[in-house]
Design a protein around this ligand. Structure first.
Ligand code: S3P
Length: 198
């Protein structure tokens, strides 16, 4: 987990999502994201939904017709655009945070939450979902381990969702947001108002 920072010049407040959620399939990103957006009174945006709307076809169809590399390139383009959408809750598809250029963008964001899930719980939650082509990956254990390490390294906060329902995870994230320091002053303000200067 990286240290949460103040506003990054590459990701100024008001010009980026309030919070970005990512994690493995079955982590509950959509369920939590919808609840969180509702609680905050802001729009909920899901990168998979945006891809489907933009392409006019399903994720499974894009994988089957164009292949995974084409899907990942498209996904990065969409996610890079969504990361500049102000004031929304943004949930990313399970593989989106693995793209190197997306990772660079996520590192500039002040509040990124990894919804962690163990592989058995993820598989139990997803079932045999035909809309998720990556469930047929030949080595899900390695995929899950590699991604989990990368998600955690990218995130400012990690929440283990295995024993929590979506409402509880939502409450935890609201607490994270409430606990964040506000950044009312300009970073140079200490120089402009040194101690004792009034
Ligand atoms: C994927 C996860 C899916 C979707 C696509 C690829 C992945 O999203 O983006 O099927 O690589 O893990 P969810 O994590 O919402 O299922």
């Amino acid at each position: 987990m990286r240290t949460p920072t103040g506003p990054d010049p590459a990701c100024p407040p008001g010009q980026a999502p309030v919070v970005v959620l990512f994690g493995f399939m079955g982590a509950g990103k959509s369920a939590v994201g919808e609840r969180l957006a509702h609680a905050l009174g802001v729009p909920y945006v899901d990168s998979d939904d945006e891809i489907v709307a933009g392409q006019g076809r399903s994720i499974a169809d894009i994988f089957a017709t164009d292949g995974e590399p084409a899907f990942r390139a498209l996904e990065h383009t969409v996610v890079a655009r969504l990361l500049t959408r102000p004031g929304v809750v943004l949930a990313l598809g399970g593989g989106a945070a693995m793209h190197p250029a997306t990772q660079a963008l996520l590192r500039a964001h002040p509040c990124t939450v990894h919804l962690a899930v163990s592989l058995p719980v993820a598989l139990a939650r997803c079932g045999d979902d035909p809309t998720r082509p990556m469930l047929r990956h030949p080595d899900l254990a390695t995929l899950h381990a590699r991604r989990t390490a990368a998600y955690s390294e990218l995130a400012t906060h990690v929440i283990d969702t295995d024993r929590l329902d979506a409402d509880q995870v939502c409450r935890d994230i609201l607490q994270v947001l409430a606990d964040r320091p506000t950044h009312r002053s300009h970073p140079d303000s200490t120089r402009r108002h040194p101690p004792g200067s009034g």
